[in-house]
Design a protein around this ligand. Sequence first.
Ligand code: SF4
Ligand code: SF4
Length: 179
Amino acid sequence: MQSAAPAPDTDACSRCAEASGTCCSLVPGQEEFCFPLSGCERADMQAAGAGPEMFFCQANTPAFVDNLCRLFPGETEKLRQLFPAEGVHDRLAVSPDGACQLLGSQGCRLPREARPYYCRLFPFWIRAGRQMYFEFKDCQALRESRGGAGLLKRLGMTETGVFDLYHRLREAWGLTERK
Ligand code: SF4
Ligand code: SF4
């Protein structure tokens, strides 16, 4: 990181960061499952100060592709074209303990609008055209909410905003919209 100042975040995410939780760490050894970064997401991150050491070139392992197929049911064929077995993709670089290199003591060091779409969406997702959320036990906002409406409020998001981010993620990752 070079120039981005710590980003003010929702209170819940700040408390999550202080409690060393957050959705910004993975279990060491599970790095291949990190979501992919498109070229435009990487460019936005770099423009906000993320240096090349914040990215990692990851092989499209079978486990990675299978995981993506679970995220986007019914789109296996397209995903295997986008992430062929012999190919690679960019992902976030993580430290040996599994934390994203962009994670600071108060949360992500990138301004929210420069973060990857997946980060901005989490813990929300769209499944069969409907908003849902992942039951991530370490999510402070989830612990403090009762259901999706409360979670949206906790995270300063709206249902429209979730759909918009999801569609932008699909476009960035090369997934054409399904009617
Ligand atoms: S880019 Fe920011 S929000 Fe995304 S995982 Fe890294 S620290 Fe968390
Ligand atoms: S979205 Fe949830 S898990 Fe991620 S930093 Fe915020 S409170 Fe923590």
